[in-house]
Design a protein around this ligand. Structure first.
Ligand SMILES: CSCCC(=O)C(=O)COP(=O)(O)O
Ligand code: ZN
Length: 204
């Protein structure tokens, strides 16, 4: 089936995320665009570091309808929003790393502003460490449609780029394909780790 190749890349990305410790317990969800109307997304409640191709469900990004009776990720609405908002996005990765969880709680503002890091250049379009990269931070919520509304509203004022943090929860990031989403995830996780260590040192 033509769908097997892209899912193999996503399965490998999920295993890599699990091995890095970024999806502890059942945390995290991952998806890949299937076409203009649908995506593959992880089944809810599984260990995302130990998935096979059968653990992904097709979801309509406009209606939320699934093709099977299984339960897609509780955060499907966030993925669907990103695929609708950015037609060029091909993969969305959500993780629960310690760095993203701690730093998003320590950041009182509505964005985490990073500058001075060479690793910023891992993010598409960034070419100078002195530029500022602002990653939006939203208060966490269990009401996903309401959270999507808040995110969509902010996006109309300050367009989202690369990813966003949910306070005390984790990072959701994306890319044109699995490879770019992985690069953004790895770059952002590195930046978060550097930033919380820097803040810790400078607080002393
Ligand atoms: C202990 S994980 C809590 C739910 C969550 O934030 C998450 O990322 C996983 O939810 P899913 O429904 O995608 O398994
Ligand atoms: Zn989560």
């Amino acid at each position: 089936m033509a769908e097997n190749k892209p899912l193999a890349e996503l399965v490998a990305a999920c295993r890599w995320i699990g091995a890095r410790g970024w999806s502890p317990a059942t945390g995290g969800n991952m998806s890949q665009r299937r076409d203009a109307h649908s995506c593959f997304i992880t089944t809810s409640g599984l260990d995302k570091g130990d998935l096979g191709p059968d653990d992904f469900i097709t979801v309509d990004i406009h209606t939320g309808e699934t093709q099977s009776g299984r339960r897609p990720s509780a955060e499907t609405g966030l993925h669907a929003f990103l695929y609708r908002r950015f037609p060029e996005v091909g993969c969305v990765l959500h993780t629960h790393s310690v760095s993203a969880t701690v730093l998003s709680r320590a950041e009182p503002g509505s964005a985490l502003r990073l500058s001075g890091y060479e690793m910023q250049k891992a993010l598409a379009g960034q070419s100078d460490h002195q530029d500022e990269v602002a990653i939006a931070v939203f208060d966490n919520a269990q009401d996903i449609p309401a959270l999507v509304q808040r995110i969509a509203q902010r996006d109309t004022i300050t367009p989202l780029r690369y990813g966003f943090l949910m306070r005390g929860h984790g990072l959701t990031c994306w890319g044109r394909d699995v490879r770019e989403a992985r690069r953004h995830l790895e770059g952002l996780e590195f930046l978060f780790e550097c930033e919380w260590r820097r803040r810790l040192l400078e607080a002393k």
